[in-house]
Ligand binder design. Structure first.
Ligand code: GLA
Length: 387
């Protein structure tokens, strides 16, 4: 969206004023491979999208922050003179509320302001709309309150803390890291154990990365996500009884199979350990130009998430299986937390249209929902948009 258009939307919402307004953008992300490895101290390989959330902000003279969105959601007003608490009725606005509260607790003094969010990112689709709104809000509030030295890795950690403690979803660092640190045309290989990272160009001359939205809203994702996290912690405790490991990704498959006897925990740990090795293998294949091999690993990742980690579901399985039946598709898998939301596929670039109609027809017939497709390019991290 153009800043001119954004500012016009803002003026419509809040009324025109002589005071300046500022525009910002935060991308969504797609994780290419490395699912549920982040909070297990492993590798992930996400990329920031050119789809994302925009925001326009104008400062006020008082201690009020008004939060509104062009989506059909309720507006929320926050007073900086009162304690800020999570409330169910505030729904989406709890994300910016959490950011405001934790920024103040960290000693940032904030001025009142009006904010309008507008976006091209589908909500709750597994493309990280939550991390995008958190990082966007933290970045813009700090920028407009005079902070010119925002350190992006710290910003990501801060937003993870807000999601863990205020929203109470025990997510890892991958999403806020991708939103804060994305780089155009690159994916980022991140070691979540120590946050070392490097950018890898996503060079797919003959293929395109297609995002497939099952349009099945994720339900109960938060509680099942937290349950998976607890299962991983229990599996780690069992392994730690045998040898010194501080996270699951430090273990090998043989150890997992030898020391974990409970079937569910064994499968959870097997997914994490095998997925972690797939990430490094995938990056090697991509860097050596073996796109077919990269595609095969995407398929293995999906099978492991479906059978061992059990975070897929009928809609994601149907869309991935349909994608793989199309002759020009060389790999597909669910992406993000799962239980609905999006999958990704690698498709011959000359056959995109045929691919989308093939999957639409099969998926709609099987599931009764129409899917959506996004062929997004890879963009940069959160940013202030020049006027
Ligand atoms: C969600 C979480 C991430 C990560 C993925 C699964 O997106 O926010 O931290 O755990 O699920 O890989």
């Amino acid at each position: 969206m153009e800043t001119k258009q954004l500012k016009a939307l803002f003026d419509q919402e809040y009324g025109a004023d002589a005071k300046p307004s500022y525009c910002f953008f935060a991308p969504g992300r797609v994780n290419l491979i490395g699912e549920y490895t982040d909070f297990n101290g492993g590798y992930v390989f996400p990329a920031a999208l050119s789809l994302g959330i925009f925001a326009v902000l104008r400062l006020r003279e008082d201690h009020t922050i008004r939060l509104r969105s062009t989506n059909e959601v309720l507006p929320v007003t926050v007073s900086l003179d009162r304690a800020i608490e999570y409330t169910k009725e505030d729904e989406w606005a709890n994300y910016p509320k959490g950011v405001i509260r934790y920024l103040r607790e960290k000693g940032y003094s904030l001025q009142g302001c009006d904010i309008l969010y507008a976006g091209t990112l589908p909500d709750g689709a597994g493309l990280s709309s939550s991390a995008a709104i958190l990082v966007l809000t933290a970045y813009m509030l700090r920028s407009v309150n005079g902070d010119n030295s925002i350190e992006r890795v710290q910003l990501a950690k801060f937003c993870q803390q807000v999601e863990n403690q205020f929203i109470k979803v025990n997510c890892g660092i991958m999403d806020p890291f991708s939103v804060a640190m994305g780089e155009k045309d690159h994916a980022v290989l991140l070691d979540c154990h120590n946050l070392t990272y490097r950018y890898v160009p996503l060079d797919l001359p003959d293929y395109r990365l297609v995002i497939l939205n099952t349009c099945k809203k994720r339900e109960l994702t938060d509680s099942r996500y937290n349950e998976r996290r607890r299962e991983c912690e229990t599996a780690l405790a069992l392994l730690a009884g045998h040898r010194a490991v501080s996270n699951l990704c430090q273990a090998g498959l043989k150890e997992v199979e030898a020391y974990i006897t409970d079937d569910t925990l064994l499968r959870r740990a097997r997914h994490v350990v095998s997925e972690n090795s797939r990430v490094l293998e995938a990056v090697n294949l991509l860097e050596s130009g073996d796109i077919q091999g990269f595609g095969r690993l995407l398929i293995q990742s999906h099978m492991s998430l479906k059978q061992d980690f059990e975070v897929s579901g009928p809609e994601l399985d149907a869309i991935v299986e349909s994608a793989l039946r199309f002759p020009g598709c060389i790999g597909a898998r669910m992406t993000g937390a799962g239980f609905g939301g999006c999958a990704l596929a690698l498709v011959e670039k000359t056959r995109l249209e045929a691919f989308c109609s093939f999957v639409t027809q099969e998926y709609t017939q099987m599931i009764g929902l129409a899917p959506e497709f996004y062929v997004s390019s890879l963009g940069g991290g959160v940013t202030h948009l020049p006027d």
